[in-house]
Structures are given as C-alpha cells and as structure tokens.
Design a protein around this ligand. Structure first.
Ligand SMILES: [Zn+2]
Length: 424
C-alpha cells in the first residue's frame, strides 16, 4: 500500500479575501474546485505580520517568544547595531528536524542558510548565496541547470513595472520547473512536500493597486500571476493520491496602502525620542534622554538601562512609560482617522524563554496604515512606490477534507496539521 503523504503549498502574502474573490471570478478554477471538498479558513498572521516571523511560527508551531524571531532585523545585544536573524538563529526546531521522515522543502522564507535535512531543502528569501541555500549540496548544479532563482529582483520593481513583471514571471517559471522536478524526478521518496510561492508578496507590494482597479494597465498581469499559481494547484491536485493530504496557506494578508506612518517621527514629535542625523549611524543616532524608539514595522523598544548603552529607563519606570506611549498612540490620527487599532504588550502575546528579547510594545494598525520604523523621516505621513501592505487578520488556510481547528486560528496552529498524521 502506498504511504500517506502531505503536500503543502504556501502563497506568501495572499489574503483570504483575494483567494475567495479570485475563486468567485474563476481566475482560480482549480482552487474553486478544491474549496468544494475542503475546509477554507481565515487565519491570523503572527504579530508583527511579517514573513520572517510568520513562516518561523508556521514551521515550528511556536510563537516568537519560543522561536526567537521577532522581525527581519533585531538589535545585537547591548548595542544599537542591527543584525539580520536567519535560520541559525531560530531557537526551536522546524517540523522536518523533528522526525526521520523524508521531506522536500522548497522556498520557505527564513530557512537560510540550509541545514541538514532528510530529503532536500532550498531556502527562500532572504537567501544570499545559492550555494549555501541548498542541502544536500549535490543539488546546487541541478538547480543551476533548472535556472532556479531565489527571489524576484525587487530593484526592478523600483525601476520599471514591465521589467519587474518580466522578472516575476521568469522566476516563477523556473521555480515551477524546479518543484516539478523534485516532486517525482529527483529520486526522493518524500513524506512531506512543502513549496512556497513568494512572487505573490512582491507583486502585492508593487501592484496591489492593479488588483483593486480593473482599469489599471497591469490588472490582467496581476490576475495572470494568480492564474499561473492556480495551474500549479491543479497540477499538484492531479498528482496527489487519494489518501494524500493537501494543505494551502499564506503567512499574512495584503491590502492597499493609504499612507505610510513613520513611528519614530511621531515618537520624536511627542517627545519620546531624540535622534542625531548621521546617515551612517542608523540606530546609533539614538540620543541620551530618548525614552522609546521603533524598529520596523512597529516594534517599540523602551530605552532601558542595561539593555542599550545610553538607556536610562529603570524597571520601576516601565509601566508608567508604557501607559504614556499607549495614550500617545491612541491620539495618533490622520484626517481624524485613528491610525492604531491595537497595542500589545509583549507579555500579552509572547511566551517562552526569549520574551525578554522581544520588543516591549507592538502596534497593530487600522486598515490602510503602513507602519514604518525608519530613523530618518521628516514627516509622520508619507508615501513611497509600494501600493500594497501586509495585514494581520486576513491570512488563509485550506485543508482538503474536514479539518477540526480552533475558532481563533493562527499561524502557530498549522504545523500539527502538516506532521500530525501517521507521523510514526
Ligand atoms: Zn511582504
């Protein structure tokens, strides 16, 4: 008898709303077909709603207080210098590191550099060097032959939309070739096959307006990309055996940007933060006397004594300072619209040995407000080239067949679905 297998398809940055909409409009007919005999849920992303945090929660089943990834950046302990946490900094094990089954893992973000796996892994973004992104390394030449690329060249999105779209579709095409090869031609008799589309997130950031507006010059290109994803959903569906499980999911949602909101600028105007203006120094610009500052997207750090070199906030001053910050953020408005929907204390949302490393407060914005942690902005509100931004409450999860899941489903709940069946 054939063994039961699990296929997992990730679509980075694809909101529940969009999946529903494109299924209704027959842009994604294969997904529509699957919806009829499966369970389709809205899912909460991580907090903050970033790919690095969210995928780390998905693959470990843990919250950031346990897996230790709180963003794309973090502070090197005891300094204002930034580091970029990677797979080596993940403090709990990914599901493929927990048992002896065979795994194929393709393009899952935040899995760089590649580590030993029983099967095959190629890291997703941010992966700097293909040679270090592949395990076992004998497959590097295979990937090169397949024309595999780790990521879309986002620089092209800044230069020209046609060049960006060309690169997006090419990267997609080569990724498809690669996953199809590993599905049944690489000689790996896998138990779990996980594959993530990440061009969807890039497309969403640069051209969300093209999705929302049917008259936009790139509307059909936007839809075309999701048609191509749907073709692969159809391909995988046709390749699955009857008993195989199928899971699809996203790490966070996406929506239109109304405005960027520069949190450090607001903290400066409210008297919490004072910064030098040396472009080479980044967070080393934080002056003595600063009470709090933000790291992207909206992670607030109290300027604590002992934690930062010029920090002066004592433990017994923290509660009052947090109250002042919460009060201040509740007054942050644009044209009368409140910017902040919710403010979380780290103790409220994180648990585990690494909560101490977490930011002290994390802001969740109201719809359309894109919170930013940049140090050098002169205005609180501004815009840039991006028309799409992440959402926290609008990720999706699809499971073929009946699925019994908690009402307030979040990304930490997914891992057990992936490995929880017949895993001995
Ligand atoms: Zn994104």
């Amino acid at each position: 008898m054939d063994k039961k297998r699990t296929a997992v398809i990730g679509i980075d940055g694809a909101p529940y709303r969009l999946m529903n909409d494109l299924s209704d409009k027959d842009v994604m007919p294969n997904f529509k077909e699957l919806q009829k005999n499966g369970s389709f849920f809205k899912m909460q992303s991580s907090i903050p709603e970033l790919s690095s945090v969210s995928w780390s929660s998905i693959i470990t089943g843990n919250n950031p207080g346990i897996h230790g990834i709180f963003g794309f950046t973090d502070f090197i302990e005891g300094t204002y210098s930034l580091c970029f946490p990677n797979f080596l900094n993940l403090k709990s094990k990914a599901f493929w590191q927990r048992d002896s089954r065979k795994y194929i893992i393709i393009n899952v973000p935040s899995t760089y550099p590649a580590q030993e796996i029983n099967g095959f892994l190629v890291s997703g973004f941010v992966a700097l060097d293909l040679d270090k992104a592949v395990y076992p390394s004998r497959f590097v030449s295979t990937l090169k032959k397949l024309g595999y690329r780790i990521d879309v060249d986002a620089q092209k999105g800044h230069e020209s939309k046609p060049l960006f779209l060309k690169d997006l579709f090419e990267t997609h095409k080569n990724r498809i070739k690669t996953y199809r090869y590993f599905w049944d031609k690489a000689g790996i008799d896998w138990d779990v096959f996980m594959f993530v589309f990440t061009g969807s997130d890039r497309l969403g950031h640069f051209l969300w307006d093209a999705y929302e507006d049917p008259n936009h010059e790139y509307h059909s290109e936007f839809l075309r990309y999701f048609e191509l994803i749907d073709e692969e959903i159809g391909y995988i569906k046709s390749k699955l055996r009857e008993d195989d499980a199928l899971i699809m999911l996203s790490d966070h949602g996406m929506e239109s940007v109304k405005t960027n909101v520069n949190i450090n600028r607001y903290l400066t105007e409210e008297g919490f933060c004072s910064l030098d203006k040396d472009p080479k120094k980044n967070y080393n610009n934080v002056r003595e006397g600063t009470k709090a500052f933000a790291l992207d997207p909206a992670r607030i750090y109290l300027h604590k004594k002992g934690r930062f070199p010029r920090g002066h906030i004592k433990t017994n001053e923290e509660v009052k300072l947090k109250e002042e910050l919460i009060d201040s953020f509740s007054r942050l408005k644009m044209n009368g619209m409140p910017v902040i929907k919710k403010i979380f204390d780290k103790e409220e949302i994180y648990h585990g040995s690494y909560v101490e490393k977490a930011p002290d407060l994390i802001l969740l914005p109201n719809s359309g407000f894109n919170l930013k942690g940049s140090v050098f902005k002169k205005e609180i509100f501004d815009k840039d080239i991006f028309t799409g931004k992440h959402t926290q409450e609008d990720a999706f999860l699809y499971v073929r067949g009946e699925a019994d899941l908690p009402d307030s489903l979040n990304v930490e709940h997914v891992m057990n679905l992936i490995i929880g069946r017949d895993s001995n």
